[in-house]
Unconditional design. Structure first.
Length: 90
């Protein structure tokens, strides 16, 4: 896997944050994937990522994130969200 420094250099849209507190963590099945939605303290937008299996809850923990901003159209309305590239417990 590429190092953090190389990822950030190759893609200027990526954002790296560390020691962010997780307010909520929801996991739900979507086809063959588990879709995870995380709400971070101080942010009004959800952070989304996919895994192939369930993971223990991150609620109340501190995490390091590499993500980029995007939007998703639901019922004709654009919603801002963050796509997570990498998430680690701090």
């Amino acid at each position: 896997m590429k190092t953090l420094k190389n990822l950030l250099i190759e893609n200027q849209n990526l954002i790296y944050t560390c020691m962010q507190k997780v307010e909520s963590h929801v996991q739900r099945q979507q086809d063959n994937w588990i879709l995870n939605t995380v709400l971070i303290n101080g942010y009004d937008v959800p952070f989304k990522y996919k895994r192939q299996r369930m993971y223990r809850s991150l609620k109340g923990l501190r995490v390091d994130l590499i993500y980029y901003a995007s939007s998703e159209k639901i019922a004709g309305i654009d919603f801002e969200m963050m796509n997570v590239i990498k998430i680690n417990r701090s």
